[in-house]
Design a protein around this ligand. Sequence first.
Ligand code: CP
Length: 369
Amino acid sequence: MRNLLDILDLNREELQRLIETASDMKEFPGKYSHTCEGKILATLFFEPSTRTRMSFESAMLSLGGGVISMADAVSSSSAKKGESVIDTARVISCYADIIAIRHFKEGAALAAADKGTVPVINAGDGGHGHPTQTLADLMTIYSEKGRMDNLTIGIAGDLKYGRTVHSLISALSLFDGIRLVLISPEELALPPYIIDTVITPNHMDYIESRSLEEHIGELDAIYMTRIQQERFDDPSAYERLKDSFILDRSLMESAKDDCIVMHPLPRVNEIAPEVDEDKRACYFRQVANGRFMRMALIKMLLEEAEKNPAEKVIGLASRAVRMPEAEAGKHRCANERCVTFTEPSTEPIFVTDDGEHYRCAYCDKALAL
Ligand code: CP
């Protein structure tokens, strides 16, 4: 049984196969309308969502399956009475064949998968990751550009808290000839752990910049992101940074004719509505792709669960060496946003890529030894 907790739980070949399946589903939806008959998807959302929850539900219904849903799990589930993420997932495993969970705590999906008994999909965990948004992003890049190698991709906005950015950069590390132009205010720069664990070990070509104007003409794709108001401890910092980058018609005049404009949405001010009419703006096509990629993912995970119901694969631990349990039990993750920080019943898991430096498997933050 496999989960999708981190986009790197999938390899390049699997990502390409998912895109092929999703493209076929988009062209011939009738072929798949009974694929998941008799199966139930639970959507368990502890944070607001329009696209992710609705597209998961639409995906499962399009596959002939059923859906049970909690849209506002913070106030309407027994989490309100103090039930842990782990217990909640165990309980939902009794009612559903697959779970999509969104939670404000980093690593919540891993906590759910570690003790749950059905495949778990991370539908966004705090400021950490959002792998199924990346599936939509990759299908969009492939369908719009015809390739996923040899591209210069600008990512602009909130690179610190923007979880879609973190997952996208991880996925792009699997492809060749990617050049990243990381554009953000200094306070919202990409977290060092992503540079240390993804960009540097994969020898990715990247620059950091404070100016979209300076680089827009070099880009094959611009990935705009919202400043993540809900992650700020200081509201005045949000007010100061919220309009750092605004892509409008006049700035688009400096972009290449075939430069695509992407955004995971929702947008606030960072793309002027006038850009929507530009043929290079593909963020609504990106939304549509998300539904088909989620269909392909649900099909894949349910088929794998049927083949291997007993064997549980926690992806993060499989791509790095896990600290022995007895040793891990002596440490706690120091990240206040990590699920292990607030839910002490969560088993600590630390992993290493080089045998020397360890990071928390839930939130990827470095462990100070
Ligand atoms: N892109 C995305 O995650 O949108 P929602 O928050 O509406 O699900």
